[in-house]
Design a protein around this ligand. Sequence first.
Ligand code: NAD
Length: 262
Amino acid sequence: MIKVLVNGACGRMGTAVLRAVTDDSELELVAAVDRKEGIEVGKLIGEENIKLKTQQNLKQAIEMTKPDVMVDFTNPASVYDNVMTALNLGVSPVIGTTGLSEEQKGQIDELSRKQKVPAFIAANFAIGAVLMMTAARKIAEYMPQVEIIEMHHDRKLDAPSGTAITTAEMISEVRKPMKQGHPDEEEKLAGARGAEINGIPIHSVRLPGFVASQAVIFGGLGQTLTLRHDTIDRTSFMPGVVLACKKVQGLEGLVRNLENIL
Ligand code: NAD
């Protein structure tokens, strides 16, 4: 059995992970950590026979319950410290929280290798989103002019989304940085053309009603091609999270993106 600690247990994603871990016969939920202390896990997920309560102190929770894996769905401000704590205590992080900088990911990889404690991060654990990203990379070989529109619920703290950043990075593997639009175009309102990664414009929509959606629009002579993925329910992420919990300990350093463990 792989022992799992869920960090951010009371959140939208954390609660879904508690359920997914509890339902899997190869995983054992040993601890639930959250800023909100003393919440009964059994009540959170409607399983009265689970007697765990949420704890606030990650280090203490790890020392008491000795998990193999920590799943982190907290927030961009705390994920880095959580991951460093886990690595220093020999626990493999499965990181779902978005918003880590490239530099921070580099430092996580370094500590993971030094400690010989593998780690995994994915900006999106939904298989449909992974397929959207890999298809976008393929299409960009033939249609390099592309813009990304990502749409999320209005409680999301970071913009653009990790999925949009990863999509732009994957497209950048096959196309050179280029300026799109008219060379003399002028923004009459700041931000009208969106943010940019390697010249790929990214537009972020934040509205109640969305969970996580993204459209990748390619333009060519006389034609456009749109890839679109919609997460309708957070259960879409769970098979990917469960798979990462089972595979992370066999990896080396920090491995990125679900496509690399499928
Ligand atoms: P949320 O606000 O519903 O939940 C976050 C939880 O973390 C809350 O319960 C909060 O109390 C807790 N928390 C905050 N700081 C903490 C800390 N220092 N220690 C312990 N607990 C802490 O957020 P959410 O919608 O569940 O999203 C969480 C993160 O996951 C976001 O960064 C989001 O972008 C990301 N996300 C990733 C994927 C993916 O597939 N990788 C999918 C959905 C969301």
